[in-house]
Structures are given as structure tokens and as C-alpha cells.
Write a protein of this length. Structure first.
Lengths: 362, 273
């Protein structure tokens, strides 16, 4: 049903000094979905956003909007809008004029400006702030005004460049709900850029995980969290315990001298692999009942859970999330089910990875 | 300790200002003297002011000076602001550095050299010396000052602000008139007033490029002072001082008006405000 609104085909971005910011980026954005570009700083995610918005030219490849190539169309003629990291509100105008700017430059009629600015402010719940000056607003309010200003032109796609990074933790959480709700109410495509995996997991329909100018993995938050393609993704998204192991046969993996039943398959016999177990999937039990025995090193109380750091005999670090505290220096057992383990091959491409998963999952 | 330090600071600053203002006050004080020399104060009188206002030549020169100051400041503010925009938009680093250095050289080189070079230039072009040569050279030496005062405001502006305006559909000219110029306006105003001050102040450059029949106050005062000073000059100094005070006052008013909310005019005149 849904239609492709933005598409990137084999996009490269190289700078004069030889630095390659984007390497062969291709993806499609469907109408009405919430996408996130997630990666560490300098991975090229903002460059992708800027090339879609029109602030930077790509070196090669195509940027398509609604099926048409827009590489050479200037930013002010592109029908998408951006929310900037520093909000970029105009300090010489009040709230109303900031939001109205996009309409004024398009010579909209006064009564139309009036209603549409009012609607946009209502969307971000700041309709009573129309006559305030920008300097009178808090960071969170400025953030909302920046969003209102960007949606007043009714773009089909809204680009958001780390818009929540300047807010405090509590406000950031609230804004995650609001952004998601706003996206669903507007029914338009959001492309959200962030380095915060929690934000990405909470809000997105689909996440693109990036590193060093490449997209490593695309998928729903659950897919990416449960089935990361490689060490980088597993480590970047959430907390994880990663150990080296060996795939003995389909559904049989060996690590730390034991063999375990797992739920992954489709690899060569005895292929070296990495095994990921999330801290919340590890259950503490008595040493006899445990599949692994570890010694508790330190515990941190995180409010809703204890974060327990333990070491096994081989010196591997194990991070465990538990609702109950353990005892320092105690030897405890750890159990986990076959589904709690995720096996990653070395250097597997995304296409092969997806193909392999499909081959045995159905 | 701190109290003592701040008190010595206050005393020091008071002494500095006294030293700076005493000669001016002394000069103005004698403009009200009955006598004709500055040796003794001989009772209050306004006769020097009377003489000054009767002196048609002096009044014409006064008006010329103001006219040159205003005209040259307007022109140099426009050109200097455009220059600042060009330097700001310079893509490469060394391009910007070169432009800025060229600008600073003009600012720091001695007025005498600039004046002499203008004289050679105008003579070579066979341009008659007079009003136009003075106006042109004033514009020329005011541009670097305006540029230097406008540029920091431009550099301070976040690049995402122009991107945001473009993103919302504004054309380059709309970005300039609605976003950039309002943002750098304080720098432009400061540049304009600095330019006026430099123009009123200038003696050396003007001295070289004025011909017969046209002169400005500084040159006129200089030539009269050489023939023995008359207290009419003191009266003139008094008037000039008040004029400067007015300039400072106007600048202050504009500044406070801008930072207050009242100055922000809506870009759309919508009724419900």
C-alpha cells in the first residue's frame, strides 16, 4: 500500500581532502513511517540528512523525492523540512513570526497564515505562546517551536537532526512520546538522526544503523536489538555480553568449554562465531543449576534494576541485569535459554545475513 | 581586601577620566569668557558664539563637514556591509585571510600615507579636488571600519539559521533581508556611527584632498590656529562637543530600543497582537 517518498541510490560523498563521508548508501523511505539513522558521531548520518535537505551535494548517486531526481534542486525548492540540532530559531522574530516564516516567504494570505500557524502551534501544545519572544522560551519550548515551524508548510517528509540532544534526560523521554505521537497524527514520514540508541529503539518503525559512512543494518527496533548483524551493532545497540564461540552444527554452539542448544542455523560446521547474550536475559541461580559459573565483582543500583558485573574463570566480563541484588564476591550460576543467545558470523553482509535468517526461521 | 581594591580602582578611573575631560572642559569654559585670550577668565559672555554664528564662512564649513560625514557614512556602511558579507561567504580559508589582511592594512596605515596616496590618485585621474574628492576618500577610509564591526556579528550567526530559512523556502534575497540583515543590524549601526566619528575627526586625509574653496572643520581649525587662536574656535569646539554628545545619545537610544521588545516589528501584520 505505502508508497516510496524518498530514495537514495548508490550515494557517495567525498570531500576534497579525500575523506569519504558516505559509501554507497541506498535506501527507500515509505510514506508515513518513522525512520531513524543511528550511529556514532562522524558516521555520516547528518551528511545523509543534509543531502536529502539540499544543504550539501552528493558526489555521485541519486537522491529521489516522490520518484523525481532532486540532486540539482536547491534546498528552498525541495518540499521537505528540517528540524535543526540547535533549533536555528530566528532571534529577531517572535514565536508567531518564526512559525509563519515558511508561509510568509511563499506569500500566503494573512488569514491562512493565521490559521495554519495556530494549528501548528496547537500540534506542539504551545498555542498560547504565539506572542512570546524566542529568548523567553525554555529549551524544550524552543524545540517545539522549531518543530512547529518545520511542519507549517505541510511537508511530506520531516528531517530531524538530533533534535533532542540538547534537552535534559526527563524532557528527552517526554519528547520521545510526543514526537512519535506527532508523527502518527501528521501521518508524514520522519527521518530522525541520532546517536542515542534508546531514542532510536523507542520511536522508530525502522532503524538504519550506520558506521564509517556505511549502513550496516536496516530493520525494526526489535530485529536490530534481538538479531544484530555484527559486533559493532550488538555493542552499539543496548548493553551486551559478546563471547567468542564455535558453531558445532545447526542449533548447536560451543563456548567457554560447554556446548549449548541455540536457535541459529545456516552456518558452516565448526565455523568460528560470536555469541551475544543481553544482560537482561541472564538469570542468576545457584552455581550447581547454572550453565556458567561467575564471580560477582561489583553491583550498581540503577533504580529499576541492579547492574551486576561478574567474571568467569576465563576472565570474560559478564553484565547481568537483575531485579534482586547479589552478594559481592559470591560465586553464582547463570542460566539462559536457547532463544536468549544470538549468533553472529564474522564479516557477513546484510543481504546474506537476511537470507540466512529467512532460510530457517519459517 | 576586595573593597579596598575596588576603591583604588574607582579612584584610578576617576583620575583617568578627569585628565581626559579637563582640557575639553577648559576649552569650552573659555568660550564663555569676555576676553580674547585663554590666559584669564574675564566674566561670562556669549559674544564668541555670536561671532561664530555671524561667521557665514564658518557655518558653511560646519554644514559641509556634517554633510560629508553623513553621506560618506551612509555609503561606506552599505559598501562595508557588502564587503563583510563577501568575506564571511569566502569559501576558502586563505581567501578570507587575504581579504581581511587587505582590510586591516588600510585600517592601520597612517592617515598621512593614505591622504598622500589619494592625492596622487586624484591628480593622476585629473579629478578636481574639492567636495567629491573629500567625499570619496572619506568613504574609502571608513569602509574598513564598518567591515570590521559588521563581520563579528556575521561570524556569530549560526550557519543553520540561513539553512533553516532556505529549508523553509526563502530565496537568497529573502534570507538576506529577513534573516541576515536584521541579525547583523547592531553591527551595521555601530559601523555607521563609527564612520561618522571618523569622518568628523579626520584631518590628515582631508588636508591632502581638499582643494581651494572647499574645506572641513578640522582643516579650517588647523589653519586658523596657526594664525593665533581666536576664542571663536572654542565656541565651535563647544558646539562640536554637544553634537558628539547627541550622537552618543542617539546611538544609545537605538541600542536600547533594539534590545527591548518594542523594536521587533512583525513580518506579518496580523491583528491579534
Amino acid at each position: 500500500m505505502s508508497k516510496t517518498i524518498v530514495e537514495l541510490k548508490n550515494v557517495y560523498k567525498k570531500y576534497d581532502d579525500g575523506f569519504t563521508a558516505l559509501k554507497n548508501i541506498s535506501f527507500k523511505l515509505q510514506e508515513g513511517e518513522f525512520y531513524t539513522l543511528l550511529g556514532p558521531s562522524g558516521c555520516g548520518k547528518t551528511t545523509i540528512l543534509q543531502s536529502i535537505a539540499g544543504f550539501t551535494e552528493v558526489t555521485s548517486g541519486q537522491v529521489l523525492f516522490d520518484g523525481k531526481k532532486i540532486n540539482d534542486i536547491p534546498a528552498n525548492k525541495r518540499q521537505l523540512n528540517t528540524v535543526f540540532q540547535d533549533y536555528a530559531l530566528f532571534p529577531n522574530m517572535n514565536v508567531f513570526d518564526n512559525v509563519a516564516f515558511g508561509l510568509v516567504v511563499h506569500n500566503a494570505k494573512k488569514d491562512e497564515i493565521q490559521t495554519r500557524v495556530h494549528d501548528a502551534l496547537k500540534m506542539v501544545q504551545l498555542e498560547q505562546y504565539a506572542n512570546r519572544e524566542i529568548s523567553e522560551l525554555s529549551g524544550g519550548q524552543q524545540q517545539r517551536i522549531a518543530i512547529a515551524r518545520a511542519i507549517v508548510n505541510r511537508p511530506k517528509v520531516l528531517l530531524l537532526d538530533e533534535p533532542l540532544s540538547a534537552l535534559d534526560a526527563k524532557l528527552r523521554k517526554d519528547m520521545q512520546y510526543e514526537l512519535r505521537e506527532l508523527q502518527q497524527n501528521l501521518g508524514i514520514t520522519f527521518l530522525f538522526v541520532t546517536h542515542d540508541q534508546e531514542e532510536a529503539l523507542a520511536m522508530s518503525d525502522e532503524i538504519f544503523v550506520m558506521n564509517k559512512g556505511e549502513i550496516l543494518q536496516k530493520g525494526s527496533p526489535v530485529d536490530i536489538y534481538d538479531e544484530p548483524i555484527n559486533h559493532f551493532v550488538a555493542d552499539f545497540i543496548g548493553e551486551s555480553n559478546i563471547v567468542q564461540g564455535k558453531m558445532v552444527a545447526d542449533y548447536q554452539v560451543a563456548f567457554l568449554g560447554h556446548q549449548f542448544e541455540c536457535s541459529d542455523a545456516g552456518m558452516r560446521p565448526n565455523e568460528p562465531v560470536e555469541v551475544v547474550i543481553r544482560p537482561e536475559d541472564l538469570v542468576i541461580t545457584t552455581p550447581e543449576k547454572g550453565k556458567l559459573q561467575v564471580k560477582v565483582d561489583t553491583q550498581l543500583f540503577r533504580g529499576d534494576y541492579y547492574e551486576i558485573l561478574a567474571y568467569d574463570k576465563a576472565g570474560n566480563e559478564w553484565l547481568i541485569h537483575s531485579t534482586n541484588a547479589s552478594t559481592d564476591d559470591a560465586i553464582v550460576g547463570l542460566t539462559f535459554g536457547p532463544d536468549d543467545m544470538h549468533i553472529m558470523r564474522y564479516n557477513e553482509t546484510e543481504a546474506k545475513f537476511n537470507h540466512r535468517l529467512e532460510s530457517y526461521e519459517d | 581586601m576586595e573593597d579596598k581594591a575596588s576603591r583604588t580602582g574607582k579612584i584610578y578611573i576617576t583620575i583617568v577620566f578627569l585628565l581626559l575631560y579637563i582640557p575639553i572642559v577648559y576649552l569650552i569654559l573659555y568660550s564663555f569668557s569676555k576676553g580674547t585670550t585663554m590666559t584669564n577668565f574675564q566674566g561670562f559672555s556669549l559674544k564668541h558664539y555670536g561671532e561664530l554664528f555671524a561667521d557665514k564662512r564658518m557655518l558653511a564649513i560646519f554644514l559641509n563637514t556634517i554633510l560629508i560625514a553623513l553621506l560618506s557614512s551612509v555609503c561606506s556602511t552599505i559598501i562595508g556591509t557588502m564587503g563583510a558579507l563577501a568575506v564571511h561567504n569566502a569559501k576558502r580559508r586563505h581567501e578570507r585571510e587575504t581579504l581581511l589582511s587587505l582590510n586591516s592594512i588600510l585600517l592601520v596605515s597612517p592617515d598621512v600615507i593614505i591622504g598622500a596616496s589619494f592625492l596622487i590618485f586624484f591628480t593622476a585621474l585629473k579629478l578636481p579636488l574639492g567636495f567629491w574628492s573629500v567625499l570619496l576618500s572619506h568613504i574609502a577610509f571608513e569602509i574598513p571600519i564598518v567591515l570590521l564591526l559588521v563581520l563579528p556579528r556575521l561570524d556569530e550567526m549560526s550557519p543553520s539559521m540561513t539553512n533553516a530559512a532556505m529549508d523553509l523556502g526563502a530565496s537568497p534575497s529573502q534570507i538576506l533581508s529577513k534573516i541576515v540583515l536584521p541579525y547583523i543590524q547592531p553591527g551595521i549601526i555601530a559601523g555607521f556611527f563609527m564612520a561618522i566619528t571618523y569622518s568628523l575627526d579626520d584631518f590628515a586625509v582631508t588636508f591632502f584632498v581638499t582643494g581651494n574653496g572647499f574645506t572641513t572643520l578640522s582643516v579650517e581649525i588647523y589653519s586658523r590656529a596657526r594664525q593665533g587662536i581666536s576664542l571663536e574656535i572654542n565656541a565651535l569646539a563647544g558646539i562640536m562637543f554637544i553634537f558628539s554628545l547627541i550622537l552618543v545619545g542617539v546611538y544609545y537610544l537605538i541600542e536600547t530600543h533594539n534590545t527591548g521588545n518594542g523594536a521587533k516589528k512583525s513580518i506579518v501584520e496580523v491583528t491579534d497582537r
